[in-house]
Design a protein around this ligand. Sequence first.
Ligand code: GLC
Length: 798
Amino acid sequence: MILNTELEYKGNLFPSNITKYSKDVDVLHFSTSNNVILKLTVLRDSVLRFTYTTVGKFERDFSYAIDEDASRGYNHLEITDDEEKYVVTTSKLICHIHKSDLRISLYDAADNKIICEDELGFHWEESYELGGDIVKMSKAAQNGESYYGLGDKPEHLNLKGRRFENWATDSYAFGKHTDPIYKAIPFYTGLHNGKSYGIFFDNTFRTYFDFCSERRNVTSFWAQGGEMNYYFIYGPKMQDVVKNYTDLTGTPELPPLWALGYHQCKWSYYPESNVKEITAKFRELQIPCDAIYLDIDYMEGFRCFTWSKDYFPDPKRMVKELADDGFKTVVIIDPGIKIDNEYSVFREGLEKDYFCKRADGPYMKGKVWPGECYFPDFTRPEVREWWAGLFKELIEDIGVKGVWNDMNEPAVMDVPGKTFPPDVRHDYDGNPCSHNKAHNIYGMQMARATYHGLKRYNYPKRPFVITRSAYSGTQRYTSTWMGDNVATWEHLQIANIQAQRLALSGFSFAGSDIGGFAEQPNGELYARWIQLGVFHPFCRTHSSGDHGEQEPWAFDTEITDVVRKFIEIRYQLLPYLYTAFYQYSQDNVPMLKSLVLFDQDDVQTHYRIDEFIFGNQILVCPINEPNAKGRRMYIPRGEWFNYWNKEQVSGGKEMWVDADLDSMPIFVKAGAIIPKYPIQQYVGEKVIEELGLDVYYKNGKEDSELYEDADDGYDYTKGRYSLKKFNLAGSEDKLIIRIHKRGQYVTTYNTFKVNLYGLPFEVKSIKVDNEYVDLADVKFENNSLVISKEFTNLQIKG
Ligand code: GLC
């Protein structure tokens, strides 16, 4: 072995030879002569967990990331051994554990080809200062390997050649290479030779990932404490890797449909009259909007759960009036609780001893917006319960519909490191530890407690929460945004990459501050950013408010018209977006797909960053530059239709696409059936009486889906949902659509407006449910027809 030859290996310790092996159903233990134990757990045929200890004993097995409903179970498990190695075989994987040094090699059970193998494998460095080990893992990089994932990193989508740190950090006006920023999502996928796998390093300490940056052929990851504990997830399809990781760490339940509408935010809208002016203007200009945000100035001296009496004398009335006009009110709640004996939340927290403490006993005191604060220890179940209870008045009584959790990295002002010092103690759900271990999950536990509060007091409606900081698994409780970006063209591109990266890191419900938080966009940048933002699962304009206005009408009327046009597209596509959310929530399918996730076998996609698939069938590519009349972009393989002019293009190539300021490159996959609602000013404004179905011809087959329910509430969990599966089959002179319906929800419409695009033949006859219809009866005109009943079969013939 190449020990101690390179400087960086000095001080590293390595496992020696295996001396003991034991098996307990799906858990295998391998012990070495120098007291290292590897515990290998077979979770699924394609998911193995590797945990190492150097002290002869494992920690209590506890994780905030892993979803309690994660699937478990395999079809096949066989363990053999020879001179050199143990061999663990499942129906998907072959895993070698080398007897001489505990190194691991993983092969595809289908073709015996290498997927991933240890270079040095597990090693560690004892750290006197940290009081534990720095646990390390290194893997050999395979030929042509690419890497993706890691949450919110504002870097090239393909992580190869770079090194990263995971440590949740308040990062005002972060830039293209700033690292770390707000989130810590220690999950990545590797892709080489058509095979993709994932590694989830479930360790909440400060972690590092190096993708062939330090050494060209080596990928490594390590943590400043805790155990080497990672999940290996095999594809070979990257989509399956992401799905399995998402299964492991969970998905959110469906949000209320309004949460997928457009949101307007600023730091801050106040007083009440200003809020009303803004909401009235949306209605006056007929720009759809569902949510209005109140930033910190709604509070009394930034005390959470209070209202400024001067600015908001009667919040309940205001919230009701906003609701009557279709606006849902979302308010910010930060973790810092102002030290103030007159303030009941503070007094209660103090009396109950719910605030975090320093190692020697005093409370953790830090400055945030309200001045000096104490901070709840959200890692204690009773503190989370208390916190959830604090939302009673806001939600149940005042009628607030959503809560925005910010500064939860946790951010502390005017101190080195901008957060708690490492000695702060946390309960960690009965596993007491220092801030070194709890830092990265602090924000997650806050958002979790907030979610439970909303769920309780908003019931039977669904909760809506948004958080800034997150660790793996946070997506179960909340949506997220990327934090304090900047109004520059570069940041528009970063926002695009971050949304894609989060989606392939299991966190789909995400969006950027549209237009940029810091600094002021010009109208063109704002319009281009809205165009991108309407294709992100979470769609909100937000700005620091320091530099002027950032509402859709803040520029000139041309810009206002572009913004309206694109927000209207989002509202028309709500049933499509909601269906994508359903697929995410139910089947772990990421709502945005980077091209590499969409077609990994096409190597052209491995370094693409701007183009992505919204849902399953709409290809989008933002304009990232000023004064553009269009751009070059890569069209992935297959047949596509230009959304605007319905021209058909064959993919697998780069091409120029026109896009004046009121347009952007959008393509729809041939064969897709895209459901559309009429434009509404807010969700529920209209009773939907007609469903649009945009049918894009394909010579061949394509499946589409449409999920609907009551748009809110939990009736859908009792079967009251409607899931339509569309099977399209086209040939030279025929197009057949079959619809299979599931669920007991009765939609409010029974009229379907079917728009047929790209038919290569002239329509001569139409059959609905096997009966010929008179073309006049179905108002057949310009390849569009109206069917005024639920149908299961449509045949169009030339
Ligand atoms: C932080 C947030 C930002 C918010 C501001 C004031 O900077 O990231 O979104 O507006 O605090 O609350």
